[in-house]
Write a protein that binds this ligand. Structure first.
Ligand SMILES: [Fe+2]
Ligand SMILES: [Fe+2]
Length: 358
């Protein structure tokens, strides 16, 4: 049998309350049961209750932009839903019953009456809100504001974007990158690298991979046929130009997203066998982010129609990836991607160009 007052006393919200107040809180709780798979809280919806888990467990999920992912699991004694209750805001995550779950529920009316009766509770709320607000301000004013300024600066310097690759290509490649990084998180070789921050970082940074193409002349960028040797050399500089652009942005903001973007810009045309450009890096000396981007970028290019080529079929594109494992691409990563290629095919079909590529 759970000691409910002990659980309440150890929670951030009710810590420091007198034994009499804790008993008052306990008396306001009512028992509720949820079947397996039931969404007890839904992200984005208004929150009217908080819960203490008595038996069973729940999964805390959030929409990351590229799919819903689990952030946490809670079992008996776990508390959830309190933030939306005290801030009168919408739920910041979805909480789903993993099996049958029994909880004790405190609704907002009971919570409000407790608030009237106990100043310690009001003080705790003020402390929690101040702590969360100041960490939000810190994050916002630090990384986000710096990143925003630097990005605005970089974009202001781009008089026009002339990359013939479309928005749908950028949307698809960032999705492939996140999906592949997520698969890598389950592989022993990459588990330590592919953290949730890494996955989010690569998703945010991937669209910048070819930003250096602003330095490549139209006559080369839009050439329908193969490039001459000297034109190819001019094309290659998009990697170092992109890297230098990101370098300027990093010096302005120091935001991690641009460090990821810099690795991607510079090294997404390196090859596992060392025959790529601009530096001819080989194997694991190529940053992981760039190895992921290389697979994502080539895969999408194979499936897409471009000014100089037709689109390839899905089966043929997979064969090309396989053929490039160990020469062009990281062989382990390629195997992981090819093993789950259906996920990438679905992403390709999800984001299609609104107008046919010229
Ligand atoms: Fe490129
Ligand atoms: Fe690309």
């Amino acid at each position: 049998m759970l000691d409910i007052t002990a659980i309440l006393a150890s929670s951030e919200l009710f810590s420091g309350l007198s034994p009499a107040s804790l008993l008052r809180v306990r008396d306001q709780l009512r028992s509720v049961r949820f079947p397996r798979g039931f969404d007890i809280c839904r992200e984005g919806e208004a929150g009217r209750s908080m819960y203490v888990i008595v038996s069973g467990s729940v999964s805390v999920l959030s929409d990351m932009g590229w799919g819903q992912r689990e952030l946490d699991r809670k079992g008996p004694g776990g508390v959830f839903g309190e933030m939306a209750l005290i801030s009168n805001d919408v739920r910041s995550a979805t909480v789903r019953a993993m099996g049958e779950v029994e909880c004790l529920e405190l609704d907002s009316d009971a919570f409000d009456s407790l608030l009237d009766q106990d100043p310690a509770l009001a003080q705790n709320i003020a402390k929690i809100m101040t702590r969360r607000f100041s960490s939000l301000v810190h994050r916002t004013s630090g990384e986000l504001l710096g990143a925003y300024r630097a990005l605005t600066f970089a974009l202001a310097n781009l008089t026009e974007s002339r990359d013939p690759e479309t928005g749908a290509h950028l949307e698809r490649t960032r999705t492939y990158c996140a999906l592949l990084a997520e698969l890598l998180a389950h592989h022993e070789h990459y588990r330590d690298v592919a953290t949730p921050q890494f996955i989010d970082g690569i998703y945010q940074a991937a669209p910048l991979h070819d930003i250096g193409k602003v330095a490549v002349p139209d006559s080369i960028l839009f050439k329908p046929a193969g490039l001459e040797a000297d034109e190819y050399e001019r094309m290659k500089v998009h990697t170092t130009v992109g890297g230098a652009m990101m370098d300027r942005v990093i010096r302005q903001s120091g935001a991690d997203i641009f460090r990821v973007a810099q690795k991607i810009c510079l090294y997404h045309h390196e090859r596992w066998d060392g025959r790529g450009y601009p530096e001819g890096l080989a194997g694991e000396s190529i940053p992981v982010e760039a190895r992921i981007m290389a697979l994502a970028d080539v895969y999408d290019a194979l499936l897409s129609k471009r000014v100089y080529k037709d689109a390839m079929g899905m089966r043929e594109a997979v064969e090309r990836l396989r053929a490039g494992a160990g020469t062009q691409f990281d062989p382990t990563m390629t195997e992981i991607m090819v093993g789950k290629i259906g996920v990438f095919e679905a992403a390709f079909l999800r984001y299609q160009d609104e107008e046919p590529v010229a």
